[in-house]
Structures are given as structure tokens and as C-alpha cells.
Design a protein. Sequence first.
Length: 432
Amino acid sequence: MGWLDGHNDFERSMPTRATAPTLDRIRAICQVLGDPERAFPVVHLTGTNGKGSVARMLSALFMANGLSVGTYTSPNLARVNERLARDEEPIADEELVEVLGVLEMVEPMVPGRATRFELLTAAAFWWFADVAVDVAVVEVGLGGRWDATNVVEPAVVAVTNVSYDHVEILGPTLADIAVEKAGIIKPGCRLVMGETTPELREVFLSAAATAGVLESWVRGEEFDCPANHLAVGGRMLDLTTPGGSYEGVYLPLHGAHQGDNAAVALASAEAFFGFALSQGVVEQAFASVEVPGRLEVVGHDPLIVLDGAHNVAGAEALVRALVAELPVEKETIAVVGMLEGRDPSAMLQVLATAGIRTVVACTAPSPRALPADRIAEAARAAGLVALCGDTVAEALYVARARVPAGGRLVVTGSLYVVADARAVLVDAGSDR
């Protein structure tokens, strides 16, 4: 692992437009490995929010249909192994060491020095080919066009949505971001598009027409989630696809937005198979889905909610769920840590609409972290009470001492923060 961590990590030090990677190195690595990314069919996922949830739902749908599934996602919560999974089980330590050993031998054979993400992407492809998965669900790391995952030739391309994020690389406009994400659309694939804003939808449909896709399915037209109701511990959904309708499907996840994610996942599975799935298979698959760190309840008195919302759109989805699904009678306190490039003022103004009046700011465990005092300053400017903790653990200690019984503690702003909080709260045996 020391060898891997010695490579440039753009998750810890965001590239600029001038230094953003090309696909040359990952292509060269894959070529030396024998092009493992071509050994299995791929569903390629992009979008601003929801990719991780869709990846888990889609993997569950494939498994319920009897397929062996490789899933490649990022970032991880606790261990890097989580990024590479077969049938939802992370790669074992010894297997990861073996795969990285192969890449260490291969790297001198290619020009330039690979990034950490490129190596992990190649590791996923090599491992999926080695264990002979039937299908791989591959999540884009950043954008799409220049992302290391974009060496695959997908059977299906799925787009969750487009909103403002990483504008220093992908922006500045939503149309610019959409163009970058549309860069994964390839000839002969099927496009499943969750974004419905007309001008953004046109970006993808135009790219699909130029590439020569087999079909394009758009949410609200070919597929949808026409009913999305609150249920105990999650949502009760009605879903439609070109192949049929599925009524009363239980999804054990909080947040109405997960209904949209479920529609994208189900349509993507149907586009892959070329036929409708049975009601029983869909119910079985969705009932099994877990997405740690996304509106995850890890305590009940006080209510403790972890959510990796890291942009305004994510914060808005969090607020809707807190108000509609996870209400409390007493005070809500938020532990918030964020990365550079985010807008703390905009995020905190959104969080305030959920009744949050006190923020305990912390410095995320990342070299790209916004200092806690900057987040606290933005909180005070938004009219909130602001306290600071140097670390996530310290911020949790401060917040838990202040949140009353019958109140609510929300941890958000970055998956890095959520990961540290989850380690403290879950490992400490918090009431789940």
C-alpha cells in the first residue's frame, strides 16, 4: 500500500485544468495488462450526485438475476478495498496486494508516472477479469471524458443528474459540466439518463446521436418513479420502464431522491439485459440495498444521521429528508467539515432551512480540507452559532455534549468527515 500511496492522488490534491490527466497512461497500462477492461460487459455511471447509490442498487439487481458482479466506486469510507468489490464483498487484503504487485511490475513499462486513481482503476479491471465477473458496474471518479474509467466500451451508460460540483475542473456552467459527463457515451451503447432539465438533456442526446447509440432512455419519458412514498425505514416506490411497471417496491434508504436513483438503476439493468425483470427479483434486490454514509442513521436518542453531502444539491436532498423523514422535537446540531473548492456559505444556508442553528466546524482529514475556522466564520455569517473542533472526533465530542435527548446530530459536508465519524460512532457501538 505504501507503493500505491506514493503516487499523485488527485482526491487529496485536486488537479487544475492545466494538470488534469489524459487517458494515455491508463490506456498504456491496460494494454500491457492485456486490455482487461474488455473482458466483461460494463455499465458506466456518471453524474454529480447519486452514483454510489445507483451502483449499489444496480449491483443488487444483477446479483438477484444470478450474475457475478464487479463494482468499482470511489471514494471509500474506511478502507481502499471498498472500491473494488465482487458481489458486494470488498477485495481481500491478500488479493489487493497481489493485484498491486502486478501493477508495480507493469508501471515501468508505460510512459510517465501513473496517478493513484489510474492504478486503482487498472487494478479493478485486472481483478474483475481475473475472477471472471459477468458484468462490471463502473463509477466515474470525476467528470467523465478524461476520467481514467473512460477506457471502457460500455454496454450501458447511466447518468444520474447534473449540478454544480468541481467547477474549477468541469465548469463553469452546468452545460460545460454536462459536456464533460457526456464524454463517456460510446458507439453502440444504450443511454439511460436521469437528468431531465431540457437544455442539459439535449447535451446528452446530442452526444448520443453523434456517437451512434442504440437507444436513449430519459427519465420522465421511457422510465420514471411515478410514486415515491415515505415508509418505515425507507421509501415505497412505483417504478416504470419500457418493459413494464413495478408497484409497491420497498427501498430501505432515506431520501425521496433515492426514488430517482432507483429508477435509473432499474432502467439501466433492463437496458443491459434487453428484457424486463420480474417483480420478485426487483423487490428482492432493492430490499437488500445498503448505502453507508448516505442518510445513514447510526443513533436514535439523540438521532444521529451521517450524510456525505458535499455540494448544494446534496445538501438540499439532505434537508428534504431531515424535514420529511427524520424529524425531531428538540434542537439539531450539525458537525460540518468540507474540502477546498466548496462553498461553505451556500451549504450552511441550505442546512439552516432544516432547523439547524448550531454548527460544530471541523477540519476534514484531507490535505484539501477547508480549515475549521473558515467554516465557522461562514456559519456565523449565516446567523448560526458556530463552534470548532480540530478533528472530526473532537467536533463529535463537542456536538454530542450539546445535543439534547430528543434532538438530532447531523454529520455532513464531506465523505472524509463521514468516514471518520462513522468509525467513531459505529465502532463505539452507537445505537443503530
